[in-house]
Design a protein around this ligand. Structure first.
Ligand SMILES: [Mg+2]
Length: 404
C-alpha cells in the first residue's frame, strides 16, 4: 500500500479575545456566566483582590480554541482541537506548514521532531507553541488512523484494558459519586492570601464533602498553581487526615524545588501530583526524577501531542509512576486504554453546575463518546473516531500572508 502525501494543513480558531463570550470549544475556560469553572477558584492571581473572584477577569479565556485539519492528496482529512487560538493559527500558517505539506502521512515522528526543533528558539518550555505542535500532531494521528481504517489506540499498540474508569473534576464530588465516578477532584477556593481563615474554610468544605461521599470515595484537591510551600504543607497535612488521595499542581510549574520539598514532606501518606502545564519529556523527567512526584498529569493537547506523550508515558513507567492525563477527552482516552500505568482517567465536568457529563469540546466535536456510569469503552472507529461540527460553530481563519 502506497500511503498518500499531505496536501494541506489548515488552522482555524474560535473564541478567545476576539470573539464572543462563551463561544465553546477546546477552551473550557471560555464559558458563560455562573459557571463553576469561573467562580472563585484559587489561582496565582488570587493575591490581587480584583482578580480573585473570576479567572476570566485576568484573561484565562483570551487564548481561545485552535482547530487543525490536515488533508491527504487523496482527499482524506484528519483534525484535532486544542487551545492556542488565533496565535496558534499564525504559528501553523507562518511556520509549521513547511514541515507538514508534502510529507508522507506516516511521517509523524519526522514532522514532530522538526516542529519541536525548529521552534526551540521561541517555544520556551511549554505553553502556546507546544499547544500548537500538540494539535498538529493529534491531527496527523487522526489522519493516519482514518487512512489505515484503524483507531488511534490500535496504532499505539492496542488496549490493555477494555473499559476506562473515570474520576470527575468539579465542585460536586457528591453528584459525581451518584453518577458512577470513582472519585471527585475539588477546585481549591482559597489560597495563601486568604491566610488561616481561608485554610479553615477550605477544610470545612473538604470535611463537608467527605461526610457526603463517605470514607471510601476518592477525593482530591486541584490547586491550579496557586500555593506556596508552607501553605501547601498545611493543606496537605489537613487533607491527609480526611483521607484525600492527592494534592495537585500546588506550584508554579517551573518551581521544581517546591514540588520536591512537598513530596519529601508527604512521604507516601498522600500523593503529590502535577504536570498539566508541563511539556516535553524533559519537563516530565524533572517531575519524575528530581521531584519524585507520585503521578503525572500531562495534557495531550499541550505537552507535545501523542508522539511526545508516548515518550512521557514510557519514562513514567520506568520510574514506576502513574500517568493520569489532564482532561482532553477523546484524545486522552486512546492513550489511557493502551497503558498499564494509567489505571483511571479524568473527566472534566464542563456543565455549569457540574451535574451533567458534557464534552469538554462542546459543541465543536460531534458525538464524542462520554462516560456512562463513570465508565467508557473506547470506540473502534478510525482515527480518534469523532467529527468536527462545522455547521454548529463559527470557525475563523488566519490566511497565509494576512497580518493579525
Ligand atoms: Mg489540575
Amino acid at each position: 500500500m502506497t500511503l498518500p502525501k499531505i496536501k494541506h494543513v489548515r488552522a482555524w480558531f474560535i473564541g478567545g479575545a476576539t470573539a464572543e463570550q462563551g463561544a465553546g470549544g477546546g477552551d473550557y475556560h471560555d464559558q458563560g456566566a455562573n459557571h463553576w469553572i469561573d467562580d472563585h477558584i484559587a489561582t496565582p492571581m488570587s493575591k490581587y483582590k480584583q482578580y480573585e473572584q473570576s479567572r476570566q477577569s485576568f484573561g484565562i479565556n483570551v487564548l481561545g480554541t485552535l482547530i487543525v485539519e490536515v488533508e491527504a492528496d487523496n482527499g482524506q482529512t484528519g483534525f484535532a482541537v486544542s487551545t492556542a487560538g488565533e496565535m496558534g493559527c499564525f504559528i501553523v500558517e507562518k511556520h509549521l506548514n513547511r514541515f507538514i505539506e508534502g510529507k508522507c502521512v506516516s511521517d509523524i515522528k519526522l514532522i514532530h521532531d522538526q516542529m519541536l526543533n525548529a521552534t526551540l528558539y521561541y517555544a520556551g518550555s511549554g505553553g502556546l507553541v507546544m499547544n500548537t505542535i500538540s494539535c498538529v500532531d493529534l491531527a496527523l494521528w487522526d489522519l493516519l488512523g482514518r487512512l489505515r481504517e484503524e483507531p488511534v489506540y490500535a496504532m499505539l499498540g492496542g488496549k490493555v484494558r477494555d473499559e476506562l474508569e473515570f474520576y470527575a473534576t468539579g465542585p460536586r464530588p457528591d453528584l459525581a459519586k451518584d453518577m458512577g465516578f470513582i472519585g471527585g477532584k475539588l477546585p481549591l477556593v482559597y489560597g495563601p492570601a486568604d491566610g488561616a481563615e481561608g485554610l479553615r474554610k477550605n477544610m470545612e468544605q473538604a470535611q463537608a464533602m467527605r461526610e457526603k461521599v463517605g470514607n471510601e470515595f476518592m477525593l482530591m484537591w486541584d490547586c491550579w498553581m496557586a500555593l506556596d510551600l508552607p501553605y501547601a504543607k498545611k493543606l496537605m497535612e489537613a487533607s491527609k487526615e480526611l483521607g484525600f488521595a492527592w494534592v495537585e499542581e500546588c506550584f508554579n510549574p517551573d518551581d521544581y524545588w517546591a514540588y520536591r520539598d512537598l513530596k519529601k514532606a508527604a512521604g507516601n501518606r498522600i500523593m503529590v501530583t502535577g504536570g498539566e502545564h508541563e511539556a516535553t519529556r524533559y519537563g516530565f523527567r524533572m517531575l519524575l526524577e528530581y521531584c519524585d512526584i507520585d503521578l503525572i498529569q500531562p495534557d495531550v493537547g499541550w505537552c507535545g501531542g501523542m508522539t511526545e506523550l508516548i515518550k512521557i508515558g514510557d519514562l513514567a513507567a520506568s520510574y514506576g509512576k502513574m500517568v493520569v492525563p489532564h482532561g482532553s477527552g477523546i484524545y486522552s482516552h486512546h492513550f489511557v486504554t493502551t497503558r498499564r500505568n494509567s489505571p483511571f482517567t479524568e473527566c472534566l465536568m464542563v456543565s455549569p453546575k457540574a451535574d451533567q457529563v458534557v464534552s469538554q469540546y462542546y459543541p465543536l466535536i460531534k458525538d464524542e463518546p462520554m462516560p456512562v456510569n463513570g465508565r467508557l469503552k473506547v470506540s473502534d472507529k478510525p482515527g480518534f473516531g469523532v467529527e468536527l461540527n462545522r455547521e454548529g460553530t463559527n470557525l475563523h481563519e488566519v490566511k497565509k500572508g494576512q497580518t493579525l
